[in-house]
Design a protein around this ligand. Structure first.
Ligand SMILES: [Zn+2]
Length: 432
């Protein structure tokens, strides 16, 4: 029955040019993780026009029955590397370490054919969208090896895909080819002018103070947010949080900085962690955890009980720090796996981050409303004026959605059903 409803939705609103109403579904509305009965009117140009119980159908609008189906806003992947995705076969990383992956990709970037990023990134974006991801923030290397090629190709995809998927680009200013900070300083303005966000990886810089100044001054000059790969390691001797916090205060970037990974927090004593956590809360700093990369790359030098490399997911989220979860790398030397399914990432975050079963809804918020806020997405959620980027599925609630995923679902991108996996077969009816 529900599969039949989804099949009708997949075919679309029967050519109506006046929009359509999703009738009888259970929607996750802004500020709530509880499904509530609501009809949703979607305008002809792909926005939510109205939401409410027993909504009157606008004149000439079509009606699509979604009785009993769960309607979620599209999932958000707040941290990917679309310039690296799909390079696994071309950039082997036999050590399985973070440094091995960096070296493998740097060597690949020096010999990559022109236009190479476009094909690989498009494939991953298609797969993500088909699994319900309707917004992605991607870091893109800008350095002496990769130059501007990846950024320019992804800027074109950002425009081409604008009606299907919101793509936000981070100019990921990499220091490690020769630690040439003069090159970075000379090129950062051109990179940030094209990108949406300023990014970097301070733990890799031999002079992290000068490096952080280059990044933060550029963010202030261009009025851009900052997203750092911060302390993607487990060495308690060298956390860089205080140096970042000092620059947030100096440049008045409170509420505009996100720290990705923050793995070292798990290696610090509890009181040291709590002091950093309090500064994060005071400066409105968000965190993005990347379980796939941390589980795969960290702790490989340990023979016994290798540490898992995630940050303190449970303590951060329970103390009110905004924390999202994301894919990081998909099928490249950093992470050899990845399907683009954010429900899978939410599941791993719950398991590896030691959340409780009672926090399944929290894991859901980490791929929806929290990353939307951290990315500053405008018009996200099921509310009038928002883009009609939705996942309609046969789950009862967000807890079952995260726990096991749907059997059947349809993704709507700006109101249009996009190609989805086949809806499969109907179970034999029990009644007779
Ligand atoms: Zn990353």
């Amino acid at each position: 029955m529900k599969a039949g409803l989804l099949e009708a939705l997949r075919r679309g609103p029967d050519g109506s040019t006046h929009g359509y109403v999703l009738k009888g579904g259970k929607a996750i509305l802004p500020g709530s993780r509880e499904a509530k009965g609501a009809d949703i009117f979607i305008t002809a140009d792909g926005f939510v026009g109205a939401v409410g119980a027993r909504l009157p159908t606008p004149v000439q609008a079509a009606v699509i029955d979604v009785a009993g189906l769960l309607i979620s806003p599209g999932f958000i992947d707040a941290h990917q590397h679309l310039d690296k995705t799909g390079t696994l076969k071309f950039a082997p990383n036999p050590s399985g370490t973070l440094q091995g992956a960096r070296d493998a990709f740097a060597a690949y970037a020096r010999r990559a054919p022109p236009g190479d990023v476009t094909a690989r990134a498009s494939r991953t974006m298609r797969r993500c969208l088909a699994r319900g991801t309707t917004a992605i923030r991607s870091h893109v290397n800008v350095d002496k090896d990769a130059g501007f090629s990846g950024l320019e190709q992804l800027c074109r995809l950002r425009s081409l895909w604008a009606d299907r998927l919101v793509l936000q680009l981070v100019a990921f200013m990499i220091p490690h080819p020769n630690q040439d900070l003069d090159w970075l300083e000379a090129n950062i303005d051109a990179a940030v002018a094209q990108a949406d966000v300023v990014g970097g990886t301070p733990a890799v810089a031999e002079d992290p103070d000068r490096y952080l100044d280059i990044l933060f001054k550029a963010a202030a000059r261009h009025d851009r947010p900052v997203d750092l790969h911060l302390d993607e390691h487990l060495n308690p001797e060298r956390p860089l949080f205080d140096r970042v916090f000092e620059r947030i205060r100096r440049h008045a970037l409170q509420g505009k900085v996100v720290l990705s990974h923050a793995s070292v927090l798990s290696a610090l004593p509890r009181d040291h962690f709590e002091r950093i956590r309090d500064d994060m809360a005071a400066l409105d700093v968000g965190v993005i955890t990347l379980p796939a990369a941390n589980l795969y790359l960290q702790g490989r030098s340990h023979d016994v009980l290798p540490p898992r490399g995630l940050t303190r997911v449970a303590q951060l989220t329970r103390s009110g720090v905004a924390i999202a979860t994301a894919s990081d790398n998909i099928q490249d030397p950093f992470v050899p796996t990845g399907s683009g399914d954010m429900l899978e990432i939410a599941r791993w975050t719950l398991l590896a981050g030691h959340l409780h079963a009672s926090e399944l809804d929290l894991a859901y918020s980490m791929i929806t409303e929290t990353p939307a806020r951290l990315m500053g997405l405008k018009g996200y959620g099921i509310a009038p004026g928002a883009r009609a980027d939705l996942v309609v599925c046969d789950c009862a609630d967000v807890e079952t959605l995260v726990a096991g995923g749907p059997d059947h679902f349809v993704v709507l991108a700006k109101g249009r059903p996009i190609s989805a996996p086949p809806l499969g077969w109907e179970e034999p009816a029990l009644s007779a």
